[in-house]
Design a protein around this ligand. Structure first.
Ligand code: DGJ
Length: 382
């Protein structure tokens, strides 16, 4: 009887797998961008807007849990682990939503784009994410932080903040700061007019939020070679990106920050460093719909940053192959190996959002170039 059950179970597993594969599914050792990507339980990985932490030879993928009906958080931040980047083991709900209605992360809030970094000084794993308070749409625009002693968690929620309250950006001169006094109130400008754009560039919304802290939505984290960590976020109503230094324990902002591409309207920042140069891939702002990516570069983390056109090439490159950037992963143990990670959102069935992972090439000028591939493996980098 037992043997019979075993056979039935094996048959069910084979059928389930073949069903999944017929829809186009990542097979072992292979990245299949846009396909279903089953974890060790056979379930499509549920870690959207994600990022990767590498710790002691293991990669940890953190991302938003998405359910079938809403993009609001019903579960929390998910964690999966892998040693080879294609086979992922479900680890845990690293940060669970709360059932306490007075909690900032109560079920039904919005939790987006979680990223985790390890702090060697404190031995703690630090998670930052974009938090929107329940029932307030995208108005709260807060950054939130949680901490754990182990990579997969559970993470303890600490607090949320509008960063850099009372600080001017470091890339505004004393003259530019003095000129803020000549700006009118935001309502006095016609949105998207040239005059408004110019005022945004000059700091219209930075000034508005100076006393209460800067808005913080789409985000990533970046740890530089010297161990300093930076929080990169869409601020000023998604019109400007801020790069802000984190404290030595990575748990707060120091007040040192720069405004990047003011009035450039960027979301989805993914920052990486190669041969001493900083690169950032971003998107435009079109909700869940894909758009043309952007590329920015700098010789120093605090800029100046220069904006370039999309690094995507070939068919559908103008819509980033249907995806939106979330992270660039440096592959360990391989020379010059970087993976572009993006989300193909599916707002009508959020849990079915897909992942687009593609290898990054670099042209003669050192610019990143990303081409669609139906499937590929890490041997691409050999
Ligand atoms: C685009 C952002 O990049 C996503 O993280 C999410 O906030 C959606 N907008 C919501 O429309």
């Amino acid at each position: 009887m037992k043997r019979k059950l075993k056979h039935v179970a094996a048959l069910v597993a084979i059928l389930a797998l073949s069903g999944a594969f017929s829809e186009g599914c990542t097979s072992p050792g292979t990245f299949t961008p846009g396909a279903l990507w089953p974890d060790d339980r056979g379930e499509h990985i549920n870690a959207h807007g994600g990022g990767i932490l590498r710790h002691e030879g293991v990669y940890y993928w953190f991302g938003e849990n998405k359910c079938d009906t809403t993009s609001n958080a019903q579960v929390g931040v998910m964690c999966y682990s892998s040693r080879n980047l294609t086979d992922w083991k479900y680890e845990s709900v690293a940060l669970a939503v709360s059932e306490d209605p007075s909690s900032e992360i109560v079920r039904g809030c919005i939790i987006e784009r979680p990223k985790v970094i390890y702090n060697a000084r404190t031995g703690k794993f630090v998670m930052w994410f974009h938090l929107e308070l329940k029932g307030q749409g995208y108005q709260a625009a807060r950054a939130a932080v949680a901490v754990s002693d182990t990579p997969a968690g559970p993470y303890e929620y600490l607090y949320s903040v509008r960063p850099n309250k009372g600080f001017y950006p470091e890339n505004m001169s004393p003259e530019e700061i003095a000129a803020l006094a000549t700006l009118k109130a935001p309502e006095a400008y016609k949105s998207w007019s040239e005059e408004w754009r110019d005022a945004v560039r000059r700091g219209l919304f930075m000034k508005r939020d100076f006393d209460g802290g800067q808005m913080s939505r789409d985000m990533t984290l970046f740890v530089d070679d010297d161990g300093k960590a930076y929080h990169v976020f869409a601020s000023e109503g998604n019109l400007t990106l801020d790069i802000a230094e984190l404290s030595d324990d990575y748990l707060s902002h120091t007040g040192r920050y720069v405004r990047v591409d003011p009035a450039g309207h960027n979301e989805a920042p993914a920052l990486f460093k190669r041969n001493g140069k900083y690169w950032m891939i971003t998107s435009g702002c079109t909700g869940w719909a894909p758009n043309r990516a952007r590329l920015l570069s700098a010789d120093h983390i605090f800029g100046p940053w220069t904006r370039h056109d999309t690094p995507m090439v070939g068919p559908d490159s103008d819509i980033t192959f249907g995806g939106q950037s979330t992270y660039v992963l440096k592959v360990d143990g391989k020379e010059d190996a970087y993976i572009f990670m993006a989300d193909r959102w599916r707002p009508e069935l959020p849990s079915d959002g897909r992942y687009i992972w593609l290898p990054i090439d670099f042209n003669e000028q050192g610019f990143p170039v990303i081409t669609w591939r139906d499937s590929w493996s890490l041997s691409y980098f050999d």
